[in-house]
Design a protein. Sequence first.
Length: 350
Amino acid sequence: MNSDKKIAIWGTGSLCERYLEATQSLTQVVCFIDSNNAGEFKQKPVIVPAQIAQQDIDSIIICSTFIDEIVPVCLKSGFAAAQIKIAQARSLSTIPLVEYEEIDGIGLYYLPWKQQQEQIDFSLSGDIVFPDVYKEIAKSVAYVHVSAVEGDFAEFGTCTGYTASLIAHSLDYYSNYLSEFHSQHNIKPRELCLFDSFQGFPASTMEEDLASPHVASGAWGEGTAKGLSANALKQLCGQFLNEERINIYEGWYKDTLSTIEPERKFGFVHLDCDLYESTYDVLYHLFANNHVSEGAKLLFDNWYCNRASKAFGEQKAWQDIIQQFNIECTHIGMYAAVGHKVIIHSYSKK
């Protein structure tokens, strides 16, 4: 219901009918305005536009698609832009006129995404990946908990610690929020396992990497993408999750994968490995050793890099792995600019 005390509604057609039904605001309406329908509507007087200035009205709600013709009349009658609102044909919410803008060839137009302009500008200029990655990771952590997927959380490639810290925060939140639910499903407290060399990218040696545009250009050269140290990463994530639940696996994947406890399962895996060889090594070990739970969600951070070619990087590694382990999965689309997400249903164990 609108908070204004005395409302005039411009329009008496179907949009007005739907708006009144949805908002139940008729008691606040002192009159309706209509150029072609003077008299009475909903037991309220209907006035013509020339009579607007004579009424005791706090605000006008335009329930009409002819806003380009109506708004100038309202302004000329002495109403400020802040006193004029426009009912949306779909949502039936009212948007203040001040949120509309004049667009050449179209007229007055409301762009909902303008309310997120600052966030979008940051994404466009400062970082083409975030904040969509943040949203997807938080939703993925929620999915694992709500769907009672067994296992811990893993990230391969931690770099700045941005995503690792978000996983830690989300993991702590949902562990507490759904604690009773977890007890019903006999799910033990989940842990966070973070894997990184903490030395940046390794030197590429395989043709699948050497021929890829990102490696050939030097963008993914040896030592690039070096971020926080292992100690700094644990301290960062420890701000959000008890450090006893955080496990750091420091070193090259080929050396640390074998140290994963045989009984450990993962319900969530964030793969920020980028390179074909690194991604393949991780996936092969996880599936070969039955570390991936039924229903586990895998997020590939750079799936569509290298011109989205299936011949390189994470896509190539996944194609090779899925055939070896007869993996049944659901591809659930992109996340952020270049990421991809998959849910695992079953696979053949070695």
